[in-house]
Design a protein around this ligand. Structure first.
Ligand SMILES: [Zn+2]
Length: 144
């Protein structure tokens, strides 16, 4: 991180409109400190706010689930409903072909040669992805 920032550079910052840390383009700096940035997501200009470092998602273990944990009937029901939703998406041809050399994002629609169409529900680093298919959840290999 020795590179000096200049106007036009990309930087991560907290956006009040998006209520998230998003990519921003630097508009103005004081010295080497960005003061004014434009959110690349909502296109809004605002003062630069450094992303919070200490509240990284990794610190909380609340939502951490081991791959292959047995699922409750209610959860399976929700899975079925979720799958129905992507089945609709699929008709517009948004699913990408599954490939273990590929990386995935949560909620991405995926089409698999055996399981058919599914949606990415969880990523298990470094190289596992859980995809919800019509037949249920499958843990598949992927690239980080
Ligand atoms: Zn924004």
């Amino acid at each position: 991180m020795s590179k000096q920032l200049t106007a036009g550079d990309f930087i991560e910052a907290r956006c009040t409109r998006c209520k998230a840390v998003t990519n921003h383009t630097i508009i103005a700096l004081v010295g080497t400190v960005p003061v004014r940035v434009r959110c690349n997501t909502c296109d809004g200009d605002h003062n630069y706010r450094a992303p919070k470092v200490k509240s990284a998602p990794k610190a909380t273990t609340a939502k951490t689930r081991q791959p292959g944990t047995p699922r409750k009937p209610k959860a399976i029901q929700q899975d079925a409903e979720q799958w129905q939703q992507i089945a609709t998406q699929l008709q517009s041809g948004q699913a990408v072909a599954y490939n273990m050399d590929r990386s995935f994002k949560v909620k991405e629609a995926v089409s698999h040669p055996i399981f058919g169409v599914g949606i990415v529900v969880e990523i298990f680093p470094p190289n596992k992805v859980e995809i919800l298919f019509e037949a249920g959840r499958k843990l598949l290999r992927c690239k980080q």
